[in-house]
Design a protein around this ligand. Structure first.
Ligand SMILES: Nc1ncnc2c1ncn2[C@@H]1O[C@H](COP(=O)(O)OP(=O)(O)OP(=O)(O)O)[C@@H](O)[C@H]1O
Ligand SMILES: [Mg+2]
Length: 268
């Protein structure tokens, strides 16, 4: 069987005296979406920042294609095909679509002794790449990124990562700030990235979004992996309950029951 593209084994991370991650082990294969679930502060972003070379693990190993890797920084991880897309696409609102697509890797054209940024080519490639992901409303690479919707920005950032050769696509809450339609668009793009054979790590609070695209799920609670299961093994209710650590949901249910019983909620 093919080795997972990425495998984390017993990753621990502490910042000074603060323990943030405890023995996190995860793996993700090509053409698979791993959903990383967990409440605020559970450690999701810290896991993926460790995988993306932003933090060094305090202990534990990261393997790519079965070989142990130690990233010197985010650029090193990116060069090995690990791309992170953040909540708002991480793009630059005052840049054009074509320009932002090629930040750091500008296609240049020879003009006498100079290499100048080839705006036309950049625009064409960027627009084509985004349209391949089904965002056909974008047809002008000179438009500013700031004028795109949240979903379009996500699409642009994902198309960019794929175009630049990402093998592992990390999406940190890509649907958190989006309306229903925009979120559906982004979820469709996640499935397209999977179909192209990328390994996708999808971080979300939204169990419905996770269940829509996920093949494999891991739930973090206070920096430790509380559950790890495949599609179909747990219901939405079970997952929600797990994420809240059980207690918060039970409290909420009791509160809702008391409202419906006509009691006035108590401020506290
Ligand atoms: N540089 C740091 N120094 C100290 N503590 C940190 C640092 N970075 C993160 N933490 C702590 O680690 C814990 C996990 O944070 P992290 O951002 O990974 O959570 P998260 O699951 O992504 O949460 P959210 O859903 O809110 O984004 C938090 O308690 C946070 O305060
Ligand atoms: Mg986070």
């Amino acid at each position: 069987m093919a080795k997972p593209i990425v495998k984390l084994t017993n990753i621990n991370k502490h910042f000074g005296p603060i323990d943030v991650l405890h023995d996190i082990s995860l793996e993700v294969n090509a053409g698979e979406v791993l959903c990383l679930l967990g409440d605020n502060g559970a450690g999701k972003s810290t896991v993926i920042k460790t995988l993306a070379g932003v933090f060094k693990p305090s202990s534990g190993t990261i393997e790519m294609d079965g070989e142990i890797v130690e990233f010197t920084g985010p650029r090193d991880a990116a060069n090995r095909g690990i791309a992170t897309v953040h909540q708002f696409g991480g793009t630059f609102p005052l840049m054009s679509i074509g320009r932002s697509f090629f930040v750091g890797v500008e296609p240049t054209r020879k003009f006498g002794p100079f290499n100048i940024f080839d705006r036309k080519t950049a625009n064409e490639i960027a627009v084509r790449a985004v349209r391949e992901f089904g965002i056909t409303r974008i047809d002008d690479g000179d438009r500013l990124v700031g004028g795109l919707s949240g979903g379009e920005r996500q699409a642009l950032a994902i198309a960019r990562a794929v175009h630049l050769g990402a093998r592992v696509l990390i999406l940190d809450e890509p649907t958190a700030a989006l309306g229903v339609k925009e979120a559906a668009h982004v979820l469709r793009i996640v499935l397209q990235a999977r179909q192209r054979g990328l390994a996708v790590i999808f971080i979300t609070h939204n169990v419905v979004h996770a269940l829509t695209v996920g093949d494999h799920f891991a739930v973090l609670i206070r920096g430790a992996k509380a559950a790890d299961f495949k599609k179909g093994e747990k219901s939405r209710e079970e997952i929600t309950d797990l994420m809240a650590g059980g207690e918060a949901m039970a409290e909420l249910e009791a509160e809702i029951k008391s409202y419906s019983a006509g009691q006035t909620p108590q401020a506290n």
